[in-house]
Design a binder for this molecule. Sequence first.
Ligand code: ASP
Length: 355
Amino acid sequence: MKRFYSQWALFLVIVILVPFESGLCQAKRNIVILATGGTIAGAAATGTQAGYTSGQVGIDTMINAVPGIKDLANLKGEQISNVGSQDMSFDIMLKLANRINELTSGGNVDGIVITHGTDTMEETAYFLNLTAKTNKPVVLVGSMRPSTAVSADGPLNLYNAVAVAADPRAQGRGVLVVMNDHIHAAHSLTKMSTTDVQTFMSPLRGVIGVVAYGKADFYNMPPWKHTSESEFDISGVTKLPRVDIIYADADMSPDPIDDSVKSGAKGIVIAGVGNGNMNKAAVDACARAVKAGVVVVRSSRVATGLVGRNVELNDDQLGFIASDELNPQKSRILLSLALLKQRSPSDIQTLYMTY
Ligand code: ASP
């Protein structure tokens, strides 16, 4: 009799507990898709032409075009904007961050997917990495081919993004980008090709994981601060301080630096040559900018590597900030948020080492 009961107990463990533990019986998660436009929502007159218009298709049409996506999660779509991401603005980014904070603060939403153009996806991802106050997964996704193209990449990217957002293991890794089977951290990815489907890379840090047909594998936990641990607070913010990016090259003119100060910039990011360098005339113009109260950050036009303090330029003497791992476009995002309140140059330098 005893043996009979213990066999029953074993049977119940296998039939009831194992499927729950393995996730087979997990309740479907609630994912909200916030749509902003981009090529993933783009359309062309034919399936094989290069020319197309971004941001033409609405979110419900996009969801309905992906077979099986509704099996992954309970989905709800919201249209935030419908623009090519070359027209992405701080207004839309603020709207997105506020909406994510609203949606994720309650118990009804388990994760967020944002459809977005690829041109400025890294800026929005990084902005949200600093301003979305949640541990729940926030995943950006786009495509390189419009929805009407032969072999469009958008549907599978969207399917994978929903799968990652619905995966509890995606939690606590900061804002993620899912493109072409790769999962990237907002901090590290950058667009590397103007046209390739495999455009995003995280050259210095590598990918966070991979996802194939909705099955994800996570390799890395980002070590920098983000999302729920971030000190940046955009509640009530309607405008960000002006920060300009100035591109350095051989024999550059210092005029754009002086013009930027005259035009009221509060910060300047130099997309420097090599390790955030610039010629003597530009260094002098940046030193003038610092004297006028403008924060100068040295980043690099090179796609990978660090920009270190006091390497070929004496940042301590000149009052410059080194961008560490951040490229110019992400350096601009961090500086715009940093300048929302009064901070010393050394505090700003610390932000670049921390976020
Ligand atoms: N220009 C498009 C955009 O960023 C490119 C894309 O989405 O791939 O919206």
